[in-house]
Design a protein around this ligand. Structure first.
Ligand SMILES: *Cc1c(COP(=O)(O)O)cnc(C)c1O
Length: 386
């Protein structure tokens, strides 16, 4: 009997320590970490600035409740609003909670206008979390089986198919919720032209555009938020994973017009935005700037992308290499699991995104030498798979 519930098919590996992009297992073996806790460890492991900031905050105050003003929460909200062009932030503890807050806000926004609009349109192959609301929003049947009855009011359409979207928009549509790049669903990029057209449709129909940047946000795709690359702005934005660099924190940002529907007593979170998690997020934002990490994401992303694309002629098993910044998918013509195991056995940790896509998510401060090392390892893995 395992005292931990069996909700994860775990790798046969116990990680106990990390430094930068490297982690060590309990037997002392070293690995290059191109998973980063699934896009969480933005600054890699044990970044000295993070250690120092968290230690100092732990020695001052961990938590005090949102019944009180929290200076670092205010500071973080202001920084995220400035960076995103949105007006107000709500803090929670995870991506699913951030999306739940977004869905609740969209419903309440229309309720407050006396409108009956409640439906949220999302994309097939999307992933929005494991809460009842967010697994219903998720456009993959596998996460829903056995959890009925599911909440009403969600519709799915294929990504990048504008006609399909136009067909389901109705007088009941409250919001469209999209990932600018689907991480879990296979590293599928929403075309810039599609996002621009969706923005326009939302404006024409008075629909809220909600972007789930839980995985893509905080520099992962080479800009602070992936939506910047399409030249659009959402009405509601959700963040989590990389925001705290390893400390749990989620955020939902909105325009003033939408945020006005969340007054005292409408929504809340005991832990959300406490002094410790806000310290972590502020440190991530500080280090991103101090160490010019967006530049690094673009340079290392390009290096990794070109390095992988150069392997295509040699290894026909590689169907396509795609992604943005340091969120890169390698679509294979076969299942990815043996390649993931092969890489692990050679000291490189990579992830899947669906059955046949390898997903690479190094920390944003990964070095040129580390990317080269990962490429060399992947070549060995590919050679051995032939
Ligand atoms: C991981 C993820 C979530 C869920 O985040 P949790 O913190 O696991 O609840 C939601 N949306 C996207 C795009 C994600 O990648």
């Amino acid at each position: 009997m395992n005292a931990v519930m069996n909700t994860y098919a775990r790798f046969p590996l116990t990680l106990v320590r990390g430094e930068g992009a490297r982690v060590w297992d309990d037997a002392g073996n070293c690995y290059l970490d191109f998973i980063s806790g699934i896009a969480v460890d933005t600054l890699g492991h044990a970044h000295p600035k993070m250690t120092e900031a968290l230690s100092a905050q732990a020695a001052t105050m961990l938590h005090c409740s949102n019944l009180f003003h929290i200076p670092k929460q205010k500071q973080l909200a202001e920084k995220l609003c400035r960076a995103s062009g949105l007006d107000a932030a709500f803090f929670c503890n995870s991506g699913a909670e951030a999306n739940e807050a977004a869905i609740k806000l969209a419903r309440k926004y229309f309720h407050d206008q006396g409108s009956t609009r409640r439906t949220v349109i999302t994309a097939t192959q999307s992933f929005h979390g494991r809460l009842l609301s967010t697994l219903t929003a998720t456009g993959q049947d596998k996460v829903k089986i056995g959890f009925d009855p599911l909440p009403a009011g969600f519709v799915h359409v294929p990504l990048n198919d504008l006609d399909a979207l136009k067909e389901v928009i109705s007088s009941q549509t409250a919001a469209i919720l999209l990932e600018p790049l689907q991480g879990e669903g296979g590293v599928n990029i929403a075309d810039a032209a599609y996002l621009q057209a969706v923005r326009k449709l939302c404006d024409e129909h008075g629909i809220l555009l909600m972007l789930d940047e839980v995985q893509t946000g905080i520099g992962r795709c080479g800009t602070m938020f992936a939506f910047e690359q399409a030249g659009i702005k959402p009405d509601i934005l959700t963040l989590a994973k990389g925001l705290g660099g390893g400390v749990p924190i989620g955020a939902m940002l909105a325009t003033d017009a939408a945020a006005a529907s969340f007054g005292p007593g409408t929504h809340g979170s005991t832990f959300g935005g406490n002094p410790l998690s806000c310290t972590a997020a502020l440190t991530v934002l500080d280090v991103l700037e101090e160490e010019s990490l967006l530049e690094n994401v673009n340079a290392r992303g390009e290096q990794l992308m070109q390095g992988l694309k150069a392997l295509q002629p040699r290894f026909p098993v590689i169907r396509e290499v795609r992604g943005q910044g340091l969120l890169i998918g390698v679509e294979l013509s076969v299942e990815s699991a043996p390649f993931i195991a092969g890489a692990r056995e050679r000291g490189l940790l990579v992830l899947a995104a669906g059955p046949n896509v390898l997903r690479l998510l190094p920390p944003l401060n990964v070095t040129e030498a580390e990317v080269d090392e990962a490429l060399v390892t992947l070549i060995t893995v590919m050679e051995n798979a032939q």
